[in-house]
Design a protein around this ligand. Structure first.
Ligand code: SF4
Ligand code: SF4
Length: 328
């Protein structure tokens, strides 16, 4: 039997409800649309005035306590975002595609990030109205400190999320600077106000994991306890292989996140979203709780793959079961 959810029942704050637009977030996201189309930003817009849920996005910040930790983490991230990049070096470094991709490993080795990968840019990853000259996407993943994130939905977990967005931004800027020094133009894309492109689809292509029922990526080593950033470039990086671990099927038999989600926002079955059948979180149910509770993250913390040390064992068990099934 599922354990009792201490956060239910949840009733959205009327002040937040009053800020919601006439259109639903699920409509903006294209739930039920069978034709593929570009995504439209529904939240985390660089300028909230440009999106239908802009007043709700502003309310997110109005709900936050005055916390020195949060102010410090936001200031650190802003300093990274404001840092000046070098000009493109007129001398262009040439090396093999595999050498380019392998050279990203040093950023993991130095502790700047925990995951790296590269893939070819697809136009459908760009938000409507966005353009790019770049043909390659480098994806970067940074792991949360689970001992901080586990306090979700308390504000302390929200501070950890901002801390990791800061790290994700720092490594994206560092790699961008490095590419410029190598003579290749590049652009850092950092969250949460990414603005340019959706992050999960290219991360899937880079083998970071699979999409979980809770709408976040799941990686065997880090579970869903990580954040993403990206670098766009034309430097000819080799593709990192896409990987599957049996997580999609695992999710079809698990409902831990569904039971843990206070506003019952996690859909039990896949939905068609802009022409693709996938797991989906009901935006309009999630966002009231998310905004009032520092970005929530309960579903990420409660997912068994996120528990330190658990995901690797789960992946090994799934791999063994899959091998057995193939030989039976
Ligand atoms: S809690 Fe269970 S169903 Fe939800 S994402 Fe994690 S593994 Fe999948
Ligand atoms: S982040 Fe959203 S989907 Fe996840 S548990 Fe919180 S309210 Fe539910």
């Amino acid at each position: 039997m599922a354990k009792l959810n201490p956060y239910r029942p949840f009733t959205p704050n009327p002040d937040m409800v009053a800020r919601c637009p006439d259109i639903t977030g699920n409509e903006i996201n294209g739930v039920g649309e069978i034709e593929p189309r570009r995504p439209v930003p529904v939240f985390w817009a660089p300028n909230p005035e440009n999106i239908a849920f802009g007043e709700v996005q502003k309310w997110f910040y109005m709900c936050q306590p005055d916390s020195p930790d949060m102010v410090a983490e936001r200031a650190k991230r802003q300093a990274v975002l404001d840092s000046i990049l070098p000009d493109v070096n007129p001398v262009t470094v040439e090396q093999s595609a595999n050498a380019w991709t392998s050279s990203l490993d040093r950023f993991v080795g130095s502790g700047d990030c925990e995951m790296v990968g590269a893939t070819a840019m697809k136009p459908e990853w760009l938000f409507e109205g966005q353009k790019t000259e770049f043909e390659r996407v480098i994806m970067l993943g940074v792991n949360h400190d689970y001992d901080e994130l586990k306090y979700a939905p308390e504000f302390r977990a929200g501070v950890e999320v901002v801390r990791q967005y800061g790290r994700a931004a720092a490594v994206a800027k560092k790699i961008t600077a490095w590419l410029l020094e190598q003579g290749w133009n590049a652009e850092a894309v950092t969250g949460p106000m990414a603005g340019k492109l959706v992050m999960i689809p290219p991360a899937l292509e880079c083998g970071f994991g699979e999409l979980g029922k809770h709408g976040s990526l799941i990686n065997p080593e880090f579970g869903s306890s990580f954040r993403l950033s990206a670098v766009l470039t034309n430097a000819p990086f080799a593709d990192t292989p896409k990987r599957e671990f049996g997580i999609d099927e695992f999710c079809s038999k698990c409902r831990i996140c569904e039971d843990a989600c206070p506003p019952i926002a996690i859909e039990p079955d896949k939905k068609v979203v802009r022409g693709v059948e996938r797991w989906y979180v009901d935006f309009d149910k999630c966002i009231p709780y998310f905004t009032e509770n520092s970005g929530c993250a309960i579903c990420i913390v409660e997912c068994p793959w996120s528990l330190p040390g658990v995901g690797i064992n789960l992946a090994q068990k799934l791999a063994k079961r899959s091998a057995r099934n193939k030989t039976d």
